[in-house]
Structure formats: structure tokens, C-alpha cells
Design a protein around this ligand. Structure first.
Ligand code: AHR
Length: 501
């Protein structure tokens, strides 16, 4: 199969924020995940040092917090200061000690070296609670909230640039959900108040790929927004944990760009495509497993709604299916980097995240290695990559219907000089390798090397005593022209090609 790369045809420059992450007060993401005061592997501030190191290695550029559904009944002031009183988390129906709050989150971001991204409570919260949070974080010393921050031991402002108004307030499952016209007015007024505190904020609002919701929001408040937030979990197994198989997962790749296309169309129709970017600020192949919550009839006992959440910690669930899907979606984000400016993998630690914590250390799940490959090897400018005679693969989806998709998913990237091209090539086939012939411009490549993430089978995974999927690399070697490569089945590949200047 022939792959043609045209470095002169540029899709756009991908923001590093496409590789962002998300942490919510849910199950073991914060408590027992990244934050474990007194744990032997925790530092002086209570953060797991092995987790911090792993997050730094994948250069997490931005971290969204505290939710997610959790935020829609969260009151930030309970999580700052010396005398923290535990709250009942109405979203997830557990007690939250409030030991981890704004100041701990900022410390976490500083230790990782990433930008903090705060999502405000537009469910039960008030406009002033949102803007008071901006005062607490961003004012030097004016007013009571900045003075509170100083009294709490933080003399300098936290300088939080990225903020979102609300989380999925369109959804019946969300506490304090809103109707479109209600939402548009709330966002407009909240944005005004927050920007009166700090007009430099980079501001988003909860949205969905729905015309009615977005028309109301963008017509009323579009001029106040820098971003529009959308979310996606393709394997929506929140109540069943009936994980999609490898083939069913590949069937999902047919609809990767659906939300982006719809929101792009609407932004363009309203003439906002240059002033507002998409923040895909929650995404994962797998929906989180929390039965009896987003249902009309809530589960009653902890055995029904709390204990089952532990099933998210089953590392064998996160196979090469998750890695291949994640790479395909990161490719989709890169292809749309002109309109998508941020994305946040949901979540980073535990639940369906890329890092799993246990008492003696961490497990780097297959998806972690995808971020390692993309963040540490891809180049920023996305250029045209065209596959001639793309082989098609047919998978059976969860409705037992055949779905035809491209067998390969490919992007090509270049840096500021013309001497290197880096490809990300994903082979979705469960069993079939592909022989690829690569032609880059009309130039003869000098040498190349490959980094390949795969496992023995499509169901390979990593666990405490299992290393089923890992990255293997080939040394630099002379390149023929065209460059010929064998792309193994169920694999994610970074191919670095050195070109003559
Ligand atoms: O399943 C977790 C939830 O998914 C997040 O809290 C919410 O933002 C999304 O609906």
C-alpha cells in the first residue's frame, strides 16, 4: 500500500494542549491515586512521586479538575484553609474529606509542570461563587478571597488561566442541569463576572454536539468564550461494564470525528471558527463504571453503587484495543488541530486512566504508552498524508452489525526544519500486517527508525505482574526510496524519517 506525504500541504500546528489530562474526585483518582499523604511513595505534600514522574514523562500540558459530575455540587471554599470539614459529595454519594482542594491542585500542577484548568460549579453554584474562585486564584491581594489565599500560605496568585463554566449541564444526569435558554444566560452572566475579576481568562463553557444547545449558548455568550467544551466516551458502559471487544472497539473508530465535525460546522456557520476553539476536555474509549447513578432509579445500597466502582481497577480491561483507539483519536485531533485546541484524557490516574496505582507502585496501562509515543516523538505541524488503495477492515459492532473502516490511520508531522518527518501509523487489523511504501514529497529519505507499541495479541494488557504491551524500537537505518515498512497488526507506530535538507 502506498502512503504519500506532502509536507507543503499543512493541516495546522497542533497545540501541545491536545495531550491534556483530567482528574475528578471520583473513586481512586485523587485520594489513593495521585494524592496519598503518608504513603511511603508520597512526597512531603502527599503526592505519589511515582505518579508525578510518570505524568512528567508524558509532558502533561494541562490538567482539568475537579470534575466532571462532581463539580456540579462542589463548593470550592470548603477545600481551602486550615479547618477543612468533610462534605457529602452529592454527585457520587460519598464523603469527601476536602483534604485535596484548590491549593493542593495548584501544587500538583506545579510539580507536574502543567497548566491548571478549573471547572466551576454551574449546577448548584452561583455566579459569585465562580467569580470568587477567580478572585481567590488570580487577584494579588484585593478583596477577601485573595487575602484568604495569602492567609492560607500562598502570597502569590495561582495565576489560573484556563476556566470552564460548568460540566455537562445539558445532561439529565447532571446535578443542577439547565435548559438551553437558561444555560446561555447563565454562561453570559458568569463570564461577565469572572472576567470583571480577571479579563485575561481563557474561558470555556459546557457544550455538546447539539445545534439547539450550542445555538443558544453561542448566540448569547459566544463573544465571551475562547473555547467550547465537548466530551465523548464511545463505549458507554457506565451501568454495565460490558467492555467492547477488540473488534467492537475498532468499529467505534468509524465515528471518531463526528462531534468535531458538527461543532466545527456550527462555529463556522456563526462565524466563530476563528475566535472559539474546541476543548475536547473529557474523552476516553471507555465510559467509567458507576452503576445505579446516571439512572432514573438510583441504586440504594453501597453494594449496588459503590463497590462496583472497584471494577474500573481491573487492568486486564485495558488492552491494545484501548491503545489503538486512543492513537486513532489522537490522530483525529491532530487532523483537526485548526479547530481543536485542547483535549483531556479522562482520567489520568486510575478508573479508566493511563496510570494505575497500587500499594507498591504503578502500572502503565497501554494508553500511557500511546501518550509517551505521541508527546515525545511527534512534531507540531500536521501535513497531508494520503494512503492510496487504503485497505478496508470490517468489524462487528456491539449491535452485531458489520462496520467497514480504514485499516490504517495515519498522520504525518514536521518540525520547523525540513530535515525530519515523523509519522504516526496505526494498524487496526487484529491479525493482518500491512506492507507500506512511503513517498515523502519527491525527496529521497536518508535514514529512518521506528517505535512500535503492540503486544502478542490484540488483548494484551499490562498489570502489576504482567507486561503484555510495550514499546520496542528499531535503530536508525538507511532508507530506500520509497521507504518500505511492515506495520504489524493491532499496533501503534511512530516512524521517524530523516530527509535531506
Ligand atoms: O462517568 C464520569 C462522568 O462522565 C464525568 O464525571 C462526567 O463529566 C461525564 O459524564
Amino acid at each position: 500500500m502506498n502512503l504519500y506525504v506532502q509536507t507543503s500541504r499543512v493541516h495546522g500546528r497542533a497545540s501541545p494542549l491536545l495531550y491534556g489530562h483530567f482528574l475528578e474526585h471520583f473513586h481512586r483518582q485523587i485520594y489513593g491515586g495521585v494524592f496519598a499523604p503518608g504513603h511511603p511513595l508520597a512526597d512531603e505534600d502527599g503526592f505519589r512521586m511515582d505518579v508525578l514522574e510518570a505524568l512528567r514523562h508524558i509532558k502533561v500540558p494541562i490538567l482539568r479538575w475537579p470534575g466532571g459530575c462532581f463539580v456540579s455540587a462542589y463548593h470550592w471554599q470548603k477545600g481551602v484553609g486550615q479547618n477543612r470539614v468533610a462534605s457529602f459529595d452529592k454527585a457520587w454519594r460519598v464523603e469527601d474529606s476536602n483534604r485535596f482542594g484548590t491549593d493542593e491542585f495548584i501544587k500538583l500542577c506545579r510539580k507536574i509542570g502543567c497548566a491548571p484548568y478549573l471547572c466551576t460549579n454551574a449546577g448548584t453554584g452561583t455566579l459569585e461563587e465562580m467569580s470568587d474562585w477567580v478572585e481567590y486564584c488570580n487577584l494579588t491581594k484585593q478583596g477577601e478571597f485573595a487575602k484568604q489565599r495569602i492567609a492560607n500560605g500562598f502570597p502569590s496568585p495561582h495565576q489560573v488561566k484556563y476556566w470552564s463554566i460548568g460540566n455537562e449541564n445539558y445532561g439529565s444526569w447532571e446535578l443542577g442541569a439547565k435548559a438551553p435558554e437558561e444555560w446561555s444566560r447563565l454562561v453570559l452572566e458568569a463570564a461577565k463576572l469572572m472576567k470583571h475579576v480577571d479579563p485575561t481568562l481563557s474561558l470555556s463553557a459546557a457544550a455538546i454536539a447539539d445545534i439547539d444547545w450550542n445555538l443558544h449558548l453561542l448566540r448569547a455568550a459566544g463573544h465571551q468564550l475562547d473555547w467550547i467544551s465537548i466530551h465523548a466516551y464511545w463505549d458507554a458502559i457506565h451501568n454495565t461494564n460490558a467492555l467492547a471487544t477488540y473488534g467492537q472497539t475498532m468499529a467505534y473508530t468509524q465515528s471518531l470525528g463526528e462531534s468535531i465535525d458538527k461543532v466545527r460546522g456550527l462555529l463556522t456557520a456563526l462565524g466563530l471558527q476563528t475566535s472559539i476553539k474546541i476543548a475536547f476536555d473529557e474523552w476516553n474509549l471507555r465510559g467509567w463504571y458507576h452503576p445505579g447513578m446516571h439512572t432514573a432509579q438510583l441504586a440504594r445500597t453501597e453494594a449496588e453503587y459503590l463497590t462496583p466502582r472497584d471494577a474500573n481497577d481491573d487492568n486486564s480491561a485495558y488492552t491494545m484495543a484501548d491503545a489503538v483507539f486512543t492513537a486513532c483519536f489522537l490522530n483525529e485531533l491532530n487532523r483537526n488541530c485548526d479547530i481543536v485546541g485542547m483535549a483531556n484524557f479522562a482520567p489520568a490516574v486510575n478508573t479508566r486512566g493511563c496510570i494505575y496505582t497500587h500499594d507498591k507502585g504503578i502500572v502503565l496501562r497501554t494508553t500511557y504508552h500511546v501518550f509517551d509515543l505521541y508527546v515525545n516523538h511527534l512534531l507540531p505541524t500536521v501535513v497531508d498524508a494520503y494512503c492510496e488503495e487504503m485497505p478496508l477492515a470490517v468489524f462487528t459492532d456491539k449491535q452485531n452489525c458489520p462496520v467497514q473502516v480504514n485499516q490504517l490511520d495515519v498522520i504525518a508531522t514536521v518540525g520547523d526544519t525540513a530535515d525530519q518527518v515523523v509519522l504516526a501509523v496505526v494498524n487496526k487489523a487484529e491479525y493482518d500486517a500491512v506492507e507500506l511504501s512511503v513517498q515523502i514529497d519527491q525527496r529521497k529519505p536518508l535514514r529512518y527508525c521506528c517505535l512500535t507499541l503492540d503486544g502478542e495479541t490484540a488483548n494484551s494488557y499490562n498489570d502489576v505482574d504482567v507486561q503484555g504491551a510495550s514499546i520496542r524500537s528499531t535503530p536508525w537505518q538507511p532508507a530506500a526510496s520509497p521507504l518500505r515498512l511492515r506495520i504489524s497488526p493491532h499496533s501503534v507506530n511512530i516512524i521517524k524519517v530523516e530527509m535531506p535538507r
